[in-house]
Design a protein around this ligand. Sequence first.
Ligand SMILES: CC(C)(COP(=O)(O)OP(=O)(O)OC[C@H]1O[C@@H](n2cnc3c(N)ncnc32)[C@H](O)[C@@H]1OP(=O)(O)O)[C@@H](O)C(=O)NCCC(=O)NCCS
Length: 142
Amino acid sequence: MRQPIVLNSIRDTDYPKLIKLWEVAGNIEIRQTDTLETLANLLDRNPTCNYAAYSGSRLIGAVLAGHDGWRGYLYHLAVKPDYRERAVGTKLVRAAVSAIKCEGIQKIHCLVKHENLIAQQFWEACGFELRDELVDYSLVMI
Ligand SMILES: CC(C)(COP(=O)(O)OP(=O)(O)OC[C@H]1O[C@@H](n2cnc3c(N)ncnc32)[C@H](O)[C@@H]1OP(=O)(O)O)[C@@H](O)C(=O)NCCC(=O)NCCS
């Protein structure tokens, strides 16, 4: 029988489990910038915003989140394939959104690939609005 799903704050010691989650999830690109150090930095700056979903001792989903005082951002939301469509993603997003809102932030962004149609349906179901007038520019400094 499946164990109840519990949300916990992410700790930097979760990093190896997060990497495994992102690898099996699909549609998450693990980049050179996604290191243990950058995760620890995100958690230091946003200690209440990042959540992992556990079934017993198994990490089965997670969302990275934070804000810069101006806008909130969500990254690398993923749920293990065998736990999908059971509202785990929704619970993770609600927890992160609520934590960011508690810090006085009124707007949150997340980036989604054009071809990731399931994620687009997911974000719309969570109340996020598509901004198709925008394109994203990034500057990588390594
Ligand atoms: C996107 C993802 C996190 C959703 O997680 P999840 O726990 O399965 O989502 P939920 O069960 O909370 O679904 C909430 C809503 O999203 C939509 N949704 C979720 N999965 C869907 C699917 N396979 N097809 C269509 N709509 C879907 C539905 O509207 C659903 O509401 P409903 O259950 O009332 O129909 C998961 O599919 C995943 O890990 N995908 C791979 C990684 C990824 O793409 N991450 C997003 C990067 S931007």
